[in-house]
Design a protein around this ligand. Structure first.
Ligand SMILES: [Mg+2]
Length: 163
C-alpha cells in the first residue's frame, strides 16, 4: 500500500489571509480547490496511493465527512484513516503522529509521502526525505506533483539509513 499523509489547510484549502504580526486580523481560507484536488488525483493515479489525514481536520470531522467533501471537488481516491492524536491539538508533533501511524501499519506500507505547508520538523530522516513542503497561499500546485510521486516511489527500507 502507498500512503499520502495529507494536510488540508494550505494544501487543498488555500490561505487567503493570515493574522498580522501585531496579532490583528485572522485566517481566511479559500475552501477546497478543485484544481489542487486534481493535482492530488494525479499523484493517486500515478501511484495508487490512499490518503491518511494528518491535518487538524481530524479533530472536527469524520472520515465519511472528509470523503464526501473531497469527492464534491472531484477526488477520485480514498481517505482511509487519520493519524493518531498524540498531544491534543499541538500541530508541531504532526511528524510523530505520522510516525505512530507508520509503526502501527509498517508491514502494509510500501511507500509514502507527506504533503504539508507547516514549518514543523520531525528530525526523522525517513520522514524528512518524503516531506513535500508547500506554500500555504499556493497549496498543491502542478509543480509539486512529480516530487510527491518520486517520494512515494522511494523504497521504505529502514536498513538503508544510518543508525
Ligand atoms: Mg496546513
Amino acid at each position: 500500500m502507498n500512503v499520502i499523509f495529507l494536510d488540508v489547510d494550505g494544501v487543498i484549502n488555500l490561505c487567503l489571509e493570515r493574522p498580522q504580526p501585531d496579532g490583528s486580523g485572522e485566517y481566511r481560507w479559500s475552501g477546497l480547490k478543485r484544481d489542487r484536488m486534481a493535482n492530488l488525483n494525479r499523484i493517486v493515479n500515478a501511484t495508487g496511493a490512499v490518503v491518511v489525514i494528518s491535518s487538524s481536520w481530524k479533530y472536527s470531522k469524520t472520515l465519511e465527512q472528509i470523503n464526501r467533501m473531497f469527492r464534491e471537488v472531484g477526488f477520485i481516491g480514498q481517505v482511509i484513516d487519520f493519524t493518531p492524536n498524540l498531544s491534543g491539538k499541538r500541530w508541531r508533533v504532526r511528524g510523530y503522529e505520522i510516525l505512530a501511524w507508520l509503526v502501527e501499519h509498517w508491514d502494509t506500507v510500501d511507500g509514502f509521502c507527506l504533503i504539508d505547508d507547516g514549518p514543523w520538523t520531525s528530525g526523522i530522516k525517513a520522514l524528512e526525505d518524503r516531506l513535500v513542503r508547500l506554500v500555504s497561499e499556493d497549496g498543491l500546485l502542478d509543480s509539486y506533483v512529480e516530487r510527491c510521486v518520486a517520494a512515494l516511489r522511494l523504497d521504505w527500507e529502514p536498513d538503508r539509513y544510518d543508525h
